[in-house]
Design a protein around this ligand. Structure first.
Ligand code: NAD
Length: 471
């Protein structure tokens, strides 16, 4: 069995474990579990003087809500099973954070580092064309987003290709999210997954009783963190945790190796150092560890695997010394390894909840695109004037006045970025409470992942009931 098979099997094993805690109809559980549509494609792209046949996929896991939604991954590890596992996770993720989409995922089996920008553009545009041809993309059909190995640039190419084919379609810009802000994207999307991880961990750590069981004081402030992967998700998790949560980042792992410093690592400076030297190794004030997996075994309060799946397995699970594992990546812990962590008293905050910030803000972007207007445009000035009038009334009644700087802070109307962040914070906090409530109510559930799954299954099953499919 390859590691990718085991990722898909892990998701199925987790599903089955959760299903046993529900009293849902067997047929309904089966319908929720299976992938509804799988598009496996091969297309040629001219690279240099040769034609290369590219292997790619788009999997729509669940059509119970449309559009389906999920990122596109560029990696030479991509295969159908992996994309299926990731698409299934998207369905449960969307349900947990109340994003009204079915789950999907795309994958292109390439290592982007081996291609020029121009070649990547041609591959992306050709992949999009294949999706259009089979009706696998569209604002009401299936809406991709960034994932491992892709970002704003790829999303802009996808949008441009889609618009070329669908000239005049009113909502065309909502066919993909994670776009550059200048091209109908939304402020705060790039940082969203990492920011969501921060909000989620902070919320989990706010419960005194739960932290006491881990031997921790409540609150994220001053706690230590180790991050694996300094890409989109890992870097924003680390930066925001450091800047807004006063968290000490004591270890970082990247492709080339891992580093440690008990005094804390300035992540912003580390990223600048890596950009300049091409590596995190040798960053002043840090020790180099044995290899890139060694950082996972460091003693710390919070371990954030933010690279790829199958990083914590039966081989290293017993060596993990963190108190909390926040699964920023999808599937970083195999199902069996997660059982070992739970047995060892480690709290695992599951991927399908903790990294849902990306899809949450993608949903905001999609809504913005459908409304054809940025958030805050209608109410910002009105709110600002209302606060100003209120302040003036207070000043008149008290005979005291506030300074210009304070007035600016007190009378500010919300901008798009403020609304995105508050919507994300509200989502992460509310969803955590729902999962924790399920965990506490169902005494036999042993871990937060099962509680998250059960929460998702309850929501999806009631969607099916509303559709009248499984009354
Ligand atoms: P990314 O490509 O921006 O970054 C991944 C980073 O991990 C890269 O810097 C890479 O060099 C590093 N890496 C790869 N193998 C490693 C290893 N063995 N040890 C240490 N570092 C390693 O990807 P991303 O978008 O940040 O995605 C990371 C994970 O988060 C994936 O599992 C993805 O599915 C998940 N995720 C991403 C988003 C999103 O919005 N981008 C949303 C939800 C979940």
């Amino acid at each position: 069995m390859s590691s990718h098979d085991s990722f898909f099997k892990s998701v199925e094993r987790n599903f089955d474990k959760a299903a046993s805690h529900t009293d849902l109809h067997k047929g309904l559980l089966e319908q929720i579990k299976v992938c509804n549509a799988i598009y496996s494609m091969r297309f040629p792209v001219k690279i240099g003087n040769e034609y290369q046949v590219i292997e790619a996929y788009r999997v729509q896991h669940s059509h119970h809500r449309l559009p389906t939604k999920g990122g596109i991954r560029y990696s030479d590890n991509v295969n159908q099973e992996e994309v299926m596992a990731l698409a299934a996770l998207m369905t449960y993720k969307c349900a947990i954070v109340d994003v009204p989409f079915g789950g999907a995922k795309g994958g292109v089996k390439i290592n982007p580092k081996n291609y020029t920008e121009n070649q990547l553009e041609r591959i992306t545009r050709r992949y999009t064309t294949e999706l259009i041809r089979k009706n696998f993309i569209g604002p009401g059909i299936d809406v991709p987003a960034p994932d491992y190995g892709t970002g704003q640039r790829e999303m802009a190419w996808i949008l441009d290709t889609y618009q070329t084919f669908k000239h005049g379609e009113l909502d065309a810009v909502a066919c993909v999210t994670g776009k550059p802000v200048s091209q109908n994207g939304i402020k705060g999307r790039t940082e969203a997954t990492g920011r969501g991880v921060f909000y989620g961990v902070r919320e989990a750590m706010s419960f005194k009783d739960d932290m006491k069981k881990l031997g921790l004081t409540p609150g994220i402030e001053g706690k230590t963190m180790v991050v694996q992967g300094l890409g989109n998700v890992g870097s924003h998790t680390a930066l925001i945790s450091q800047q807004e949560g006063d968290v000490k980042i004591i270890g970082v792992a990247e492709y080339e190796g891992s580093i440690y410093s008990e005094n804390g690592i300035d992540v912003e400076k580390l990223m600048a150092f890596r950009k300049e030297t091409g590596s995190i190794i040798g960053f002043p004030g840090t020790k180099t560890l044995k290899d890139n997996m060694a950082a996972l075994e460091l003693e710390c309060d919070i371990l954030v695997p933010a690279a790829l799946e199958n990083q914590i397995t039966m081989e290293n699970a017993h060596k993990i010394k963190a108190k909390i594992v926040a699964e920023a990546a999808n599937g970083p812990t195999t199902s069996e390894a997660a059982d070992v962590l739970t047995k060892n008293g480690i709290m695992v905050i599951p991927d399908m909840y903790i990294n849902a910030g990306g899809v949450t803000v993608s949903y905001f972007e999609w809504l913005k695109n459908l409304s054809h207007m940025r958030f805050g445009r209608m109410e910002k000035r009105f709110n600002s004037n209302t606060y100003d009038n209120l302040l003036k009334t207070i000043e008149k009644l008290t005979g005291k006045t506030v300074g210009d700087k304070e007035r600016m802070v007190l009378t500010r109307g919300a901008e798009e970025i403020d609304l995105v962040r508050s919507g994300l914070e509200e989502t992460m906090v509310t969803s955590y409470h729902q999962i924790r409530e399920t965990f506490q109510r169902k005494r036999k559930i042993e871990d937060l992942r099962t509680a998250a799954f059960v929460t998702a299954l309850q929501k999806i099953s009631s969607d099916y009931e509303n559709l009248g499919v499984f009354p």
